[in-house]
Design a binder for this molecule. Structure first.
Ligand code: C5P
Length: 282
C-alpha cells in the first residue's frame, strides 16, 4: 500500500498579537486559509523509518518535522513502527506559508492510516501542537480563526476561490527572529474583527477586507527585510485587490479579482508563484 498526500500551504489574511506568554510564545488572533500550493508526500510500509526530500535521503536524526511527527506518534503510543517516506517540496521555506507544519500534519494523518492507529483528529492535533503552533490548523485546513498560539480553532466557511500571486523575497525569514524583533521594537498590538474580515472575503469586498486586516509582524519584518515593503507596493501598483505579508514572512501575497489579472501580475514580478485559495477542508 502506498499513500500519497498533498500538504497544503496556508496564508494569514490577518495576524494580530494579543500578548506575550511566560513560555516565550505570543498569543495571537489570526484568520488563516489553506491554499492550493502544496508539497507532495508519499508513504509506504517499511521496517524502519526513512525520509527522502526531493530525492535526497536525510539522516534519521534530522530535525525535519516529518521525522519528528513520525517519532512523536511512535513515542506517544510506545511503538517502533517504520515507513518509507518521500517528500517533494514545492512550498518555499522560512516563508510564513506553514510548509513545515503542513508536512508535519500530513505525516500524522498518513501514518495514523498506514499504521492503523485510529487516533481521532483531536488527538493528532494535540500531538501536532507540540511540534508547531500551526500544525493543528494544517490538520484541519479550510478557513479558520486561530487563537491561543494557533491551537484554538474556529472553522469558518471558506470564500469562493480567490486567485493569488506570491513572492518569498530574500530566501525567507526566521520566525523566532521576527517575533523577537516585534518584542524589541515596542510595536503596537492591533485589534482585528476576524469574523467581519471573513465576511468581507466571502462577499469578495476586498477593499473592506484590506481595511479590516492587519499583520502585526509586517512592520518588524520590513525593518529586517525592506524588500517585503517594496513587494507590497509593487503588488498594489499592479492592481491587486488585497496585499499582505503572511505569517512571519517573508512571503507577500496578493489577491486578484480574476485569474487573468493574477496571471498578468505573476508575469510581471520575478519569482512569483501563481496559486489560489481552496475551499474544501480535509
Ligand atoms: O511553534 P513554531 O515552531 O512554529 O514556532 C516557531 C517560533 O515562533 C517559536 O519558537 C516562537 O519564537 C515563535 N512563535 C511565537 N508565538 C506563536 C508562534 C510562534 O512566539 N504563537
Amino acid at each position: 500500500m502506498k499513500l500519497t498526500l498533498h500538504a497544503r500551504a496556508k496564508i494569514n489574511w490577518s495576524l494580530s498579537i494579543c500578548g506575550e506568554r511566560p513560555d516565550g510564545y505570543h498569543s495571537l488572533d489570526m484568520l488563516m486559509q489553506s491554499i492550493e500550493l502544496c508539497d507532495v508526500l508519499s508513504f509506504e510500509p517499511a521496517r524502519f523509518l526513512s525520509l527522502t526530500v526531493d530525492g535526497k535521503k536525510l539522516p534519521i536524526g534530522n530535525r525535519n518535522l516529518v521525522i519528528r511527527a513520525a517519532n512523536a506518534l511512535n513515542e506517544t503510543l510506545g511503538l517502533h513502527n517504520g515507513a518509507r517516506i518521500s517528500l517533494k517540496k514545492n512550498i518555499p521555506t522560512r516563508a510564513g506559508l506553514g510548509g513545515g507544519s503542513a508536512d508535519c500534519a500530513m505525516t500524522l494523518i498518513a501514518l495514523n492510516r498506514l499504521w492503523n492507529l485510529r487516533l481521532p483528529l483531536r488527538t493528532l492535533q494535540q500531538i501536532g501542537l507540540k511540534l508547531g503552533a500551526d500544525v493543528p490548523f494544517c490538520l484541519q485546513q479550510g478557513m479558520a480563526r486561530a487563537e491561543g498560539v494557533g491551537e484554538i480553532l474556529t472553522p469558518l466557511e471558506s470564500p469562493p476561490m480567490i486567485p493569488l500571486v506570491m513572492v518569498t523575497p530574500g530566501g525567507g525569514l526566521s520566525t523566532p527572529a521576527v517575533f523577537k524583533a516585534w518584542s524589541a521594537g515596542n510595536y503596537p498590538m492591533s485589534r482585528i474583527d476576524n469574523l467581519a474580515l471573513a465576511g468581507a472575503l466571502k462577499a469578495r469586498d476586498f477593499a473592506r477586507a484590506q481595511a479590516l486586516s492587519c499583520n502585526d509582524l509586517e512592520t518588524p519584518a520590513i525593518a529586517l527585510m525592506p524588500e517585503i515593503g517594496a513587494l507590497i507596493d509593487r503588488f498594489r501598483s499592479l492592481g491587486a485587490a488585497f496585499v499582505r505579508m503572511t505569517g512571519s514572512g517573508s512571503t507577500v501575497f496578493a489577491a486578484f479579482e480574476s485569474e487573468e489579472a493574477a496571471r498578468r501580475a505573476a508575469d510581471a514580478v520575478p519569482g512569483a508563484i501563481l496559486t489560489r485559495t481552496t475551499a474544501d477542508p480535509l
